[in-house]
Ligand binder design. Sequence first.
Ligand SMILES: [Zn+2]
Length: 300
Amino acid sequence: MRGVMTKFLQISCLLAILTLMPVCKPHRKAMAAEWSVTIHPSILRTGDVARIELNPATAIFSATLLWRKQLIDLSPLPNGRLVALIGIPRDMAAGIHQGKLQITARSGLRRNHLVNLQIEEKNFPEQHLSLPPRQVSPDQKAIERHRREEAERDRVFNHLQQACLWKAPFQLPVQGKLLSPFGLQRILNGQPRSYHSGVDQRARLGEPVATAGGGLVVLVTNHFFAGKSVYIDHGMGVITMYFHLSRISISEGERVAAGQTIGLAGATGRASGPHLHWGARVHNCKVDPLALLRALESPP
Ligand SMILES: [Zn+2]
């Protein structure tokens, strides 16, 4: 019954009724306004990106979504709808998770609307590796460098562009086949290590790498693990990252369009050979970049 109800709630898009009754004229007949909420894709799995769309029938001043203790502003679309993108963490428990939409009508009236997200657990594969112990852990100098680099990255992740900076659908940065998926659990000499936070695609040394979508170049750097790297903020909480490049052809502060070349593939940093590692975050949640492509396959 619970499953049937959930399905019903999703299909019916949780039609909500907003009653606008001016307090100074209580005798006037109440005006009813309504909205619907759609969730794309309808079935979500861990590591996915969900697109939450609010379709109002009357004027709405603003809407925010409370999701995992984060308040996310919905962005207005040209078609009058409002949209928010959220990440589903790789290690989130399966089941129904609730977000709360806080909607403010032009009249100033506020309403809450609960959004139920049905999350299914995805089974991520394991990769067992054996390496000589001295190759497993970087030395103290490298660890300190990595900490400084993490702080540099965190500044980017904590100052996100609010406006939507992309128009065309997102696309793969290179066409090479998938070598290693998002979420792969690495087990090094029998010890679980951090999971693979992006996807690896085959790319020849010097092959052009394109940005997955339009945005603002927010960080161009050379990190210990990631090598020559580019971080692009697409707005609406979305950041994509491109690692191990041999050459970078754009600068921080530059606006880029979908498909624009940002550099050439390589093997800088800790890479066993030329390939492109690219990753994505949505409101600071690591997500599967291929799930981001699916969520942003249609223009905003
Ligand atoms: Zn990788």
